[in-house]
Design a protein around this ligand. Structure first.
Ligand code: UTP
Length: 303
């Protein structure tokens, strides 16, 4: 009897993840001039802004608290997740009840907005979330990394966290000529698509990367990361890097990486954004038929 009881106690004492941080205070320079006065996170892919894909991913995992790090020119994000009274009468009178439900479906979730005064880097943006996160484990979702909604990467990462009670980073193999665009890990296979992180470096110079395993924009982080972010100085690109904080965290605890097994789009980059738009439009029930027809005709024309 006792071992069984112990297992239950053990499982109950293990923590899960109920908070998510969405850093959205970056300048989005790769999308200028579109991002001069509008948030990059609000650029639509098919009919939803990028950040909504990330929030939906977190909703599917049972996340209860949504913490968005905002900055200058980012007010549209707050409005987007708010209740829109102005549309209510209009859509109701036109019999568009389901559209109304869709636009207001996030309004009952708990959103907190924290302003990052200056975009000092991703590590600094995460540190801004400290007063809302307190001592809990939290997910981080970068909305310009769009994950195919059919693939539940975050759920997989949370399950790894529940089992290991250690931070989990999403990892993807990239070609050797692209390693200078990412945080790159040195890691040892730990079975079942997991890696034990040995070291990590932000945007290593060509030819110096410790592997071709890149960190992409999904993390499960324990609250002790904050101690390691405090006091960091700017490094790669003159920014306070999350990678440096995790590197420092490695001296006190085990960190794991989880290989991304589904499709991820780099929507922070113009080509990646276009690929995400085309591929997600081809999965949209209303658009896929006419859009596919159009793409076939277009291919013939530009051949
Ligand atoms: P990026 O490295 O993609 O930077 O940030 P960016 O400013 O958004 O875009 P580019 O490179 O200039 O085109 C990754 C994520 O971290 C957030 C961004 O909003 C994005 O979600 N971020 C970055 C912050 O919240 N604060 C920062 O100081 C930097």
């Amino acid at each position: 009897m006792l071992p069984e009881g112990c297992d239950i106690m053990n499982a109950m004492s293990k923590k899960t993840v109920t908070k998510a941080v969405f850093p959205a205070a970056g300048l989005g320079t790769r999308f200028l001039p579109a991002t001069k006065a509008s948030p990059k996170e609000m650029l639509p892919i098919v009919d939803k802004p990028q950040i909504e894909y990330a929030v939906e991913e977190a909703v599917r995992c049972g996340i209860r608290d949504y913490i968005i790090i905002t900055g200058k020119n980012k007010r549209a994000i707050e409005d987007h997740f708010d209740f829109v009274h102005e549309l209510e009468d209009n859509l109701k009178s036109k019999g568009k009840q389901s559209l109304l439900e869709q636009v207001n479906r996030f309004s009952h979730h708990s959103f907190a907005y924290i302003r990052q005064g200056r975009p000092l880097g991703l590590g600094h943006a995460i540190l801004c979330a400290k007063p809302c996160v307190n001592d809990e484990t939290f997910a981080v979702l970068l909305s310009d990394d769009v994950i195919d909604p059919a693939y539940n990467l975050l759920r997989e990462m949370i399950e790894h966290y529940e089992r290991l009670q250690s931070p989990i980073l999403a990892l993807m193999e990239v070609s050797p000529e692209d390693t200078d665009k990412y945080g790159i890990v040195k890691a040892e296979p730990a079975g079942d698509g997991l890696y034990r992180i040995v070291d990590l470096v932000e945007k290593p110079k060509a030819g110096t990367a410790p592997s071709n395993l890149a960190i992409i924009g999904r993390y499960i982080l324990t609250s002790d990361i904050f101690e390691h972010l405090e006091g960091l100085t700017p490094s790669s690109g003159g920014e306070i890097q999350l990678t440096d904080g995790i590197r420092s965290l490695l001296s006190t605890r085990q960190v794991y990486g989880c290989i991304v097994r589904g499709t991820r789009y780099d929507a922070g980059d113009k080509l990646g954004f276009l690929k995400a738009t085309v591929e997600l439009a081809l999965k949209d029930s209303a658009l896929k038929k006419p859009f596919r027809k159009y793409l076939i005709e277009l291919t013939e024309r530009i051949r």
